[in-house]
Design a protein around this ligand. Structure first.
Ligand SMILES: [Cu+2]
Length: 159
């Protein structure tokens, strides 16, 4: 391999690595937590991936309670709550794919709509949040690598 070819290969590899790092970067999401907030489609308009952090910000008397199931979420049942906080700033960093359910336990706030279901995906494809995470993860990595290689190739073409 010539020195030039090696240099080009190195550029392609570095750009691919940079693309993967960029796409995999964890994001922070903030939810202004109130009775009047409309959270019905929060997940639909906010892509949350594994590694991301969601921060609820609010004042008294609100709470952020995590509920264990969709049934509890729909019924606003706090009996089996997984956690509860009223500190005004409650953060969750999601370490795996799935749907998490949160609601406010103050008064009848939950039944008034102060609840949100957050779907956490592996970041590879928001269309298949409940798919085989290992398979979609590998596919996603391959897609990111292909994108990186494509960007690298385009850079080389500009040399
Ligand atoms: Cu509330």
């Amino acid at each position: 391999m010539s020195a030039l070819a090696m240099a080009k290969a190195l550029v392609v590899a570095l750009v691919a690595i940079a693309a993967v790092a960029e796409l995999a970067a964890a994001k922070n999401h903030t939810i202004q937590w109130s009775v009047s907030g409309n959270y019905g489609d929060w997940s639909a308009s906010n892509a949350v991936s594994v590694g991301d952090t969601v921060v609820f910000t609010y004042g008294p008397p609100h709470t952020v309670d995590e509920l264990p199931s969709e049934a509890d979420y729909k019924a606003c049942s706090f009996d089996g709550k997984l956690s509860s906080d009223d500190g005004g700033r409650t953060a969750f960093t999601f370490d795996k794919v799935g749907t998490r359910y949160f609601a406010c336990a103050a008064g009848s706030h939950c039944t008034q709509g102060q609840k949100v279901a957050i779907t956490v995906t592996d970041g590879a494809s928001s269309a298949t949040p409940k798919g085989n995470s290992a398979a979609t993860g590998a596919a996603g990595l391959a897609a990111k690598l292909a994108l990186g290689l494509g960007v690298g190739g385009a850079l080389l073409a500009a040399f």
